[in-house]
Write a protein that binds this ligand. Sequence first.
Ligand SMILES: Nc1ncnc2c1ncn2[C@@H]1O[C@H](COP(=O)(O)OP(=O)(O)OP(=O)(O)O)[C@@H](O)[C@H]1O
Length: 588
Amino acid sequence: MFTEILYDQKDVINQSWKRCQEIGLSQTDPIENSILTGKALRKIIKENELLIKHATTVINSLPSNYCSKLVVVIVDRNGTIIHKEGQLDVSGSTDYLSIGSNWSEENKGTNAMGLAISAKVPIITHADHHFYVKNQFLTCAASPIYSPDGELIGAVNISARKELFHPFIISLTTIMATSIQNGLLFDQASHEKVITIRELEAIASFSTIPLLSLDEDKRIIRANQSARQLLGENCIGKEFHHSSGYKTKVISDPFQKQSRLVMAFNNSPKQTTKDKKLYTITDIIGSCAKMNEVRKKVKKAALTDFPIIIYGESGTGKELIAQSLHTSGLREDKPFIAVNCSAIPETLIESELFGYEKGAFTGANREGVVGKFEAANDGTIFLDEIGDMPLKAQAVLLRVLQEKAVTRVGGVKPIPINTRVIAATHKNLRKEIEAGRFREDLYYRLKGIVMTIPPLRERSDLIELANYLLKNLDSPSLHLSSEAKEKLVSYHWPGNVRELNSVLMQASFLVEGNEILAKDLDFETEYERTTEFSSEDEETLTSLVSTEKEVIKRTLDYVSWNISRAASILKISRNTLYLKIKKYHLQQ
Ligand SMILES: Nc1ncnc2c1ncn2[C@@H]1O[C@H](COP(=O)(O)OP(=O)(O)OP(=O)(O)O)[C@@H](O)[C@H]1O
């Protein structure tokens, strides 16, 4: 049994021995035994305070007689022992495995702690697996410990005299490492939504609970090791989708309670604004005449309650302007609610905008739901992509604007609404009216002040904006060479500021040194693909269009029509994806 269990680890141990020999260690030499003490020790203990706190909790949960013949230690990411429980049954060597000693492979030769840190695997080193003869009386098992962000932060190790070897000791260190990780995750995620996930077909293969912490946009902020095994090591920062073959259970969700409270009772609006970090007027960068004009209009319009229509191509900053209008105005402390009008399915438009009472229809949330208008009461509602709103939905919207009240689906009592309305679109609404796709009466309800955001290619302050965006990337010392500036200025920027940001991000990754050269600027072909084709050969055009349609359909089907996920796979914005679904009449 013993050899079987250790078989997989043989390679790891052999390679470790090889490294020890390569760096000139000799099995019979005295072992390096310097020990950190005083200020230096206090410093690393302070740095690892949280790790020690959670490790202590886990160790204390072991039966009290457990540590009588073995010792449990925690090492930091460099292999230094920062916590110890129990004593080794070694006569004359009471300070074996003492706090402050370093058990990295370079110092102590092949050993479980050192290997758990360097090879990042749970490992047993038994008897003569240890490189130094002096350590061969030991049997040790260690498992690495990761932070909720997936960084290796240390290891938990159990050691005993070799006669006390038990193969299951490695399971114990692994369970302890997982418990410590979960403790850290819960600690750090106390204000976040934490869920556990189960892959439908693979429940049995994972013995520990996969835990995720999500932010309000359902992005993964933290994940324990089991969750990363299921979702991939690079899952942090990605959106999590309940639909993709996982069963989930909410463990704690303080922010949902909070936002429900805000939405239902509207009694903590300052927090809503702060939580969502809305843009303010100082975030509008650019000093060209057209942007100065926009900024002037924003300042003036913010102090009124007139409805506003913002025109501008995709990525020009319409939402930035809408948020700045809100944060510069009298409703600054009240909610700002954005609605993507092209994204709401016709059948759900009323429940989305008006909300619904409990039990209003099959599948409805049991507690009922607050609609967008009610959530935006006293604040601002931002109707994005208004030009893409289906006609039926337009009729519903018109009703709210006329009546200044909403009645929840399944409810009877009209709720008065006092909301500032800001709409935005990349379409010419006049033309849409002429084509019969937009209601004229709605247009006049929405049209108070009109603002047009210039496309980036018409702005003379492109380099100023580029410098600002560069500064906001992680490397503030980066700057543009004169050829790079010329290349930026001569490009036509179909994706506007959003595209500029992504080109600079890519350049900051490609650049060698601090100066971004023209060759580092890689313009996105995706934008080329999404622009209209005009002078193409008709056959090529048809085949390109049908290929695009096919790829989009296949991707949507693959992710069960999860729009965010499909957009992320296709590397286009959600809005662009909605436009394409519409253009190609794609259906689920
Ligand atoms: N003048 C500006 N100054 C600073 N950042 C800007 C400016 N204009 C746009 N941006 C940035 O560009 C990105 C796109 O802006 P935003 O989402 O407001 O565009 P949009 O017109 O609403 O796009 P879409 O129509 O595709 O939703 C954001 O990250 C925004 O912060």
